[in-house]
Design a binder for this molecule. Structure first.
Ligand SMILES: NC(=O)c1ccc[n+]([C@@H]2O[C@H](COP(=O)([O-])OP(=O)(O)OC[C@H]3O[C@@H](n4cnc5c(N)ncnc54)[C@H](OP(=O)(O)O)[C@@H]3O)[C@@H](O)[C@H]2O)c1
Length: 234
């Protein structure tokens, strides 16, 4: 049974589809209820929907409660929801940067806290955090995004080590450019600046890798996976 955040589009939606194909029961969440309901109706497995802002501190608790209420258990948390706020640092909207911090980092910590407190006594489960190749790069105009993803990698490693031996596996996947709504906005910005971006990955490529991580035997933990397009310039 898996909870997937940011499942209304892109990588999160693809992860939900891939895990459903693997037979996992789901709770999917994001803000756009219509997209989540359409996803639910297209899956052949039991799936509950929570339309909510992941930055709301009460959302992770509500997600765990929904999983236990509808499926009777919770085994996997995929922290995928994220956004990109970019732009010249002396012009960028600081409130938007703070909002990105709440989604891309604070919410992941809070959700991991809520689920770790459930999974550790259960003695099994997994937390997968969707990071970014941006965690390892220094893209101008995307410094805060990259810093948050770097922080997410550091947090993931620390939590993995802390939960070692508990039966709870923790890992991260860092996608390169992937054809989603986030990427579409970046591609438009690059095109306006006369820059041609390399062909990206499909969201399904990332989803297949997440399934690979989760399907390793219990004694093997894919701690960190960097998956980029073969044409990636970074
Ligand atoms: N695409 C890439 O090239 C790329 C590369 C590396 C890493 N990533 C990472 O991959 C993850 C997924 O992004 P994507 O590329 O699939 O982009 P996307 O299609 O824009 O998906 C982002 C998802 O996050 C959800 N979300 C955003 N803000 C939210 C909020 N406040 N509350 C709840 N849900 C929220 C969105 O749902 P709603 O709008 O319905 O709330 C949507 O489902 C992100 O963490 C991103 O940083 C993407």
């Amino acid at each position: 049974m898996a909870v997937v955040t940011g499942a209304s589009s892109g990588i999160g939606e693809a992860i939900a589809r891939e895990l459903a194909a693997a037979g996992m029961h789901l709770v999917v969440t994001a803000r756009r209820a219509d997209r989540l309901l359409a996803l639910k109706s297209s899956l052949g497995v039991p799936c509950a929907v929570l339309a909510a802002d992941i930055a709301d501190p009460s959302t992770p608790t509500a997600l765990l409660a929904l999983a236990l209420q509808t499926h009777g258990r919770a085994d996997v948390l995929v922290n995928n929801a994220g956004r990109v706020v970019s732009g010249a640092f002396d012009r960028v909207d600081l409130d938007e940067l703070a909002a990105m911090t709440r989604v891309n980092f604070d919410a992941v910590v809070r959700a991991s806290y809520v689920f770790a407190r459930h999974l550790k006594p259960q003695g099994s489960g997994a937390i997968v955090n969707v990071s970014s190749v941006g965690a390892y790069l220094s893209h101008s105009s995307m410094g805060v995004y990259g810093a948050l993803k770097h922080a997410l990698e550091t947090f993931t490693t620390a939590l993995r080590v802390e939960l070692r031996g508990s039966g709870v596996r923790v890992g991260s996947i860092a996608p390169g450019s992937t054809d989603t709504e986030i990427y579409g906005a970046l591609r438009e910005r690059a095109a306006a600046a006369g820059v041609q971006m390399a062909p990206p990955l499909d969201a399904a490529d990332i989803a297949a890798a997440v399934r690979f991580m989760l399907e390793r035997p219990a004694h093997a933990n894919v701690a960190r996976l960097l998956l980029v397009s073969a044409a990636e310039s970074a």
